[in-house]
Design a protein around this ligand. Sequence first.
Ligand SMILES: [Zn+2]
Ligand SMILES: [Zn+2]
Ligand SMILES: [Zn+2]
Length: 156
Amino acid sequence: METAWDDQLRTAGLRVTRPRLSVLGVLAEHPHVDADTIATAARAVHPSISPQAVYGVLKALTGAGLARRIEPAGGPALYELRVGDNHHHLVCRGCGTVADVDCVVGQAPCLTPSDAAGFAVDEAEVVFWGLCADCQVRRSQHGYGSNTAIGEGVGA
Ligand SMILES: [Zn+2]
Ligand SMILES: [Zn+2]
Ligand SMILES: [Zn+2]
């Protein structure tokens, strides 16, 4: 992953600050994480960075196009550095794991409405929901019903 964040920030018209560099570093290692997780990780390295600063940074980064914000239904907004392509996401209903999936069309909007009703459509929100490989194994091993919480032990 890129480490020349200074250049990327300047190119995007943003000043280079420690909170911005910290958040970019966290996102480079942990794509698809929520603001609280980013704040915790950034503060583990630089305790002087306030959660408010992290939220401000996320806003600036997404506004400048350096980060992308996705909002799978029923969960907090997630952030990632993979921008500039129209990729989609697979989201696990069991543990919330998110995986990238390339768009087969490649650019937004990759779906055409049957009737656009006069709208100039520029985006289609595509999220694929299902059970990740780990959750499928867990479910078959334990015979959980579909409503049983099986989120324990989430993580790498
Ligand atoms: Zn899962
Ligand atoms: Zn992604
Ligand atoms: Zn697509």
